[in-house]
Design a protein around this ligand. Sequence first.
Ligand SMILES: Nc1ncnc2c1ncn2[C@@H]1O[C@H](COP(=O)(O)OP(=O)(O)O)[C@@H](O)[C@H]1O
Ligand SMILES: [Mg+2]
Length: 326
Amino acid sequence: MQKTIALVMGGDSGEYEVSMQSAVMIRKNIDPTQYIVYPILIRGRNWTYTTDQGLVFHINKNDFSLQIPEKKVVFDAVFIAIHGTPGEDGKLQGYFDLMRIPYTSCDLTVSALTFNKYFCNDLAIQYGMNVPATVLLRRYDAIKPEAILAETGLPCFVKPNKSGSSCGVSKVKSADELEQAVANAFKEDDEVLIQQFIEGRELACGVFRYRNEVIVLPITEIVSKKEFFDYEAKYTSGLADEITPAPLSADQTKECQQLTEFLYNKFNCKGVVRFDYFLSQDKFWFLEVNTVPGLSEASLVPKQAAAKEIPISKLFSMLLEETLKK
Ligand SMILES: Nc1ncnc2c1ncn2[C@@H]1O[C@H](COP(=O)(O)OP(=O)(O)O)[C@@H](O)[C@H]1O
Ligand SMILES: [Mg+2]
C-alpha cells in the first residue's frame, strides 16, 4: 500500500526560495512506488495545493485534509521542507501534533529550543561544548557598543537570534559598524546576538536515526570565498568550496562525528539534522544545529549522503519509514 505524504514547503522567512528548492529535490526523488506526494505551499494563513494543471485547492486546517474533485485526501505523514518559521521553529510541529499526523522533523520543544540560537547555545554549553562568547539584545535594550565589544572583541558576528541561511548576519570589524549591523539583524527577528568571531575551519555534519541506529554522515568543510559563508556564498555556485569528506585527520573526523552523534542524542533530535562547527586550534566549537537542513541539489546533506553511498531517494525513504513507524 502506498502512503500519502504532504510535502510542506514555502514558509514565511527569508528562506522561502531555499525551501522551494528543497521541495523540488524531494518531489523528484521520493520513491513513487512507496509514496504519493502532494506538495502543499504554506504562506501565512494560505495553505494550498496546486495541481499540475494549475488548479488551486485549500487545505482544510481543521484536520489538515484536502478536498479535490475525486476525493478527500488525508495524509499518513508530513515531510517538512520549510526552513525557518513556521517549519523549523516548532509552530507546525505543534499543529501536526494536534492533528495527530507524524512528521519528519524534531518535535515542537526541540525545534523551538534549537531554533533559538541563544537558548541552544546555553544547552550546548551544558553539554560541554565550546561556544563563542555571546551578547543577547532585545528590542528594548539600549545598545552600549563598548560593553558589548568588551565581551565579544572585534571582529564580531551580529545575527538574528532566530533565522537561517545567513539572513541578517554580518561580520563587524570596527565599533562604528555595530549599530548598523544590529539594525540589520533586527529586520529578521526581535532578538539579536553579537558573538565572538571564531577564526577556524568551518564544518558541517549531517545525522539521522534509522532503525534505532544513529547514522552520522561524512563531514563537509566549507571554504567560503566571501568574507564568511553568507547567503550569496551559500547559494551561488563557485562562491564556496564544499569539500566532502572534509580533509581532516582521522582523529579529528572521529571526534567531530562522535560529537555529532552525542549532540543528536542529547538534543533528542528526530529526522535528519545538520550540526555546524568551527575547528579552531584543534578544538571544536559548536556553531548551530539545523533541524530542517537544506535538501536541495546544492545543499550539504544530499552531498554527504552521496559520499556515504546513500542514494538520495533511499535517504528520503529511510526518513519516511522512521516517521511512519508507530
Ligand atoms: N561566531 C562566529 N565566528 C565566525 N564565523 C561566524 C560566526 N557566527 C557566524 N559565522 C559565519 O556566518 C555564517 C552564518 O551564521 P549562522 O550562525 O550559521 O547563522 P544561519 O542560521 O543564518 O546559518 C556561518 O556559516 C559562518 O560562516
Ligand atoms: Mg548556519
